[in-house]
Design a protein around this ligand. Structure first.
Ligand SMILES: NC(=O)c1ccc[n+]([C@@H]2O[C@H](COP(=O)([O-])OP(=O)(O)OC[C@H]3O[C@@H](n4cnc5c(N)ncnc54)[C@H](O)[C@@H]3O)[C@@H](O)[C@H]2O)c1
Length: 325
């Protein structure tokens, strides 16, 4: 049984609390949050002790769960790692690249495990593709949200686009060759909307659009590869595959298309079964499993660092373009 302390019980922190209560391998020992109103409400609703000293809570638990605003991730992670505690930290891993680099080093030198909250890796629509060979050559992504002051302490790149950057880096096993980016700050001091193109050494190209000032919500990723088109709807948890039919594709809707030269190809359309999974519960459960079985975490500190690295390169491009226009 792992003793868990929760640091930050705002909007997302409460989802974590609800899920920890359902995880058999974990036992909540308390929470830390400097906001008295939020803390009072949580202590009462969850009947959970509030710690007024973050370090004392760290000492009382095996696993530190950090859902505080991003500028506090580093100091909380650093303290926890130095005390030998396992750390789950929300995305983005840290506020600056220096902080992220230091955390990677600290984990390397310690005996602890760290997982970053890139929760889309556990989205059922994405899990539906687990048995499929994914090797996209062209990726199109739209992640749009209505404006909400929560999360605006960082740019839309670190707030929303980083989810897609992480997924893309886990799919495309090649180095990034070039990044083009343009973004505009409308409601905050940092970009609220951005369009980005990432080119990889293997020829894959990813076009990403993120906005936190949209009228409607959308979280869609489209993958194009030699034999298939794959549509992933992260918001509505639906997945669609359109591909050249193979003998293994039985009981799928299909139709023929004539090809130049008089031949024909058969196209198959399918919706792979989407598992009924609570993504937050699963990411926390998998982290506990990694600790208890001493296996690698599903989204490591290095994954968190790589996603941040690309996000910061994008931000530098946007800044450069803004200064030069
Ligand atoms: N994975 C995702 O999809 C996702 C979604 C939303 C937010 N997040 C991340 O979760 C984090 C929190 O986001 P939120 O929307 O819950 O924000 P929030 O503002 O609703 O909650 C943050 C809470 O942390 C508390 N806090 C402030 N300083 C603290 C400190 N030093 N130690 C502990 N607690 C502290 C605040 O009082 C507040 O209660 C952010 O890093 C954000 O990027 C991730």
């Amino acid at each position: 049984m792992l003793k868990v302390g929760v640091f930050g019980v705002g909007h997302l922190g409460k989802f974590h609390l609800n899920n920890w209560k359902e995880i058999k391998s974990a036992e909540l020992v308390g929470f830390y949050d400097p906001n008295d109103d939020i803390a009072r409400e949580v202590a009462e609703k969850y009947q959970l002790p509030r710690f007024l000293d973050a370090e004392r809570l760290m000492e009382a638990c095996d696993l530190v769960d950090i859902i505080a605003p991003t500028p506090f991730h580093f100091s909380l992670c650093e303290k926890a790692i130095r005390k030998g505690r396992h750390v789950f930290v929300e995305k983005p891993l840290a506020n600056t690249m220096e902080e992220a680099r230091e955390l990677v080093q600290l984990v390397k030198e310690s005996n602890v495990k760290l997982q970053v909250g890139h929760v889309e890796r556990f989205n059922p629509a994405y899990l539906a593709l687990q048995s499929m060979q994914l090797s996209p050559m062209f990726i199109e992504v739209h992640r749009l949200a209505q404006f909400n002051p929560r999360g605006t302490e960082v740019s839309v790149i670190l707030d929303l686009m980083i989810h897609d950057i992480d997924i893309i880096l886990s799919l495309v096993r090649s180095e990034v060759k070039n990044i083009s980016a343009s973004g505009v700050a409308v409601m905050t001091e940092t970009p609220d909307i951005a369009s980005v193109r990432i080119e990889f050494n293997n020829g894959c190209v990813a076009n990403l659009t993120s906005s936190r000032i949209s009228m409607k919500k959308m979280r869609k990723m489209r993958l194009f590869q030699k034999d298939a088109y794959i549509g992933i709807d992260f918001l509505n948890k639906k997945t669609e595959i359109i591909k050249l039919k193979t003998p293994q594709d039985v009981d799928v809707f299909s139709f023929d298309i004539e090809t130049p030269g008089g031949g024909k190809k058969t196209i198959a359309l399918s919706n792979p079964p989407v598992p009924e999974v609570n993504a937050i519960r699963m990411e926390l459960e998998k982290f506990c499993e990694a600790i208890l079985q001493n296996t690698p975490t599903r989204v490591s500190e290095v994954d968190g660092f790589r996603a941040m690295d690309i996000a910061h390169q994008i931000l530098r491009k946007i800044k450069h373009n803004t200064i030069n226009t």
